[in-house]
Design a protein around this ligand. Structure first.
Ligand code: LMR
Length: 328
């Protein structure tokens, strides 16, 4: 079913994709919300599909549905539990309904960079988090990196007070809501696919995104520059249904997980380059990128940090400490 490696972008494609799997092959539908080209998740998903379709031909067949063409992140995990999709890689902020532990990753200024995130995720504490939704029927398979988040709005953001009164789009995460409330701003939870339009029409004023999302969704077109805050992380968990995974033949499961592990290692190792390239592409459009002095950045830390205390009960002080150790 090598033909099924083709990426499906819409309803017409969807029908085509279904026809492309051979009878007897395990169909693995992978639904995600970003673009495919030059995006960390898009690249990794395509590489995974390519390898599964080539190396597991006759046994398994993967179809990738990017750009929220099948489900947005609000729906995808429910769809997984009902067997409509087998794989997804929502950002860690999207697991709120399934585990409060993942709130850790949304704490502002917790990880100093993506290397620290990587060290923590690969620690025993980080790996254990992949199992934290098993009661709810989901198994975390691999963490995939994107990058650190930057702030933007329809006016320059230099001081925390600049964000006051502005409406910011947030992912479906109460930590991110609290982070913007801490600034006196108005956070609004919204699906990723709606953000560009909402910025354009002024329904919202600003947002927070890693460089690959800023470039991939062209948010720079409808924002007054980007402030390089690196204030939080946007990473992913490749997730599947526990029941589906258990139901696979052992050799199919083993081969699939081996390929996923290799794709994860390869693409996570390359992610800083992708992040940097997308930052450069944003800069090349003439978009103003505002960097902060240490003192200016510290003011954002001071403004946002009280959020940590609010969620310590959900996350656990031990886990928060373990994560901080990864900053070295
Ligand atoms: C978002 O909703 O902003 C991100 O989770 C989208 C993504 O998958 O990168």
């Amino acid at each position: 079913a090598v033909a099924a490696a083709a990426v499906m972008a819409g309803q017409t494609g969807l029908v085509q994709a279904e026809g492309a799997c051979d009878p007897g092959e395990v169909v693995i539908k992978f639904s995600h919300v970003t673009n495919t080209d030059k995006h960390p998740k898009g690249i990794a998903a395509e590489l995974l599909a390519k390898r599964v379709n080539e190396e597991m031909n006759g046994k398994a067949c993967m179809q990738v549905y990017p750009n929220s063409s099948l489900y947005n992140d609000d729906k995808v995990l429910e769809a997984m539990l009902s067997g409509d999709v087998q794989l997804a890689a929502p950002s860690l902020s999207k697991f709120e309904k399934f585990t409060k532990k993942f709130r850790l990753f949304d704490l502002p200024f917790l990880f100093k960079d993506i290397d620290a995130v990587d060290r923590f995720q690969n620690s025993a504490d980080g790996q254990k988090l992949k199992e934290s939704m098993s009661r709810r029927g989901l198994t975390g398979l691999s963490f995939w990196h994107n990058g650190m988040k930057q702030l933007s709005a329809n006016k320059p953001l230099i001081k925390p007070e600049d964000a006051k009164g502005l409406k910011f789009r947030v992912q479906a995460s109460d930590v991110l809501v609290a982070q913007f409330e801490q600034l006196g701003a108005n956070p609004q939870k919204m699906a990723f696919s709606e953000v560009y339009g909402a910025l354009q029409t002024g329904t919202i004023d600003g947002c927070e995104n890693p460089w690959s999302n800023i470039y991939g969704q062209k948010f720079f077109e409808v924002q007054d520059g980007i402030t390089e805050t690196n204030h939080g992380v946007l990473d992913y968990l490749v997730v599947t249904s526990t029941e589906w995974l258990k139901g696979l033949k052992p050799d199919v499961r083993e081969q699939f997980l081996k390929i996923l592990g290799e794709v994860t290692t390869e693409r996570n190792a390359a992610v800083k380059k992708v992040d940097e390239e997308n930052r450069q592409k944003v800069a090349d459009t003439g978009t103003v990128i505002r960097t902060l002095t240490d003192a200016q950045r510290q003011a954002w830390v001071d403004a946002m940090k009280p959020v940590w205390k609010k969620f310590e009960g959900d996350i656990g002080a031990d886990l928060m400490e373990a994560a901080q150790k990864a900053n070295k």
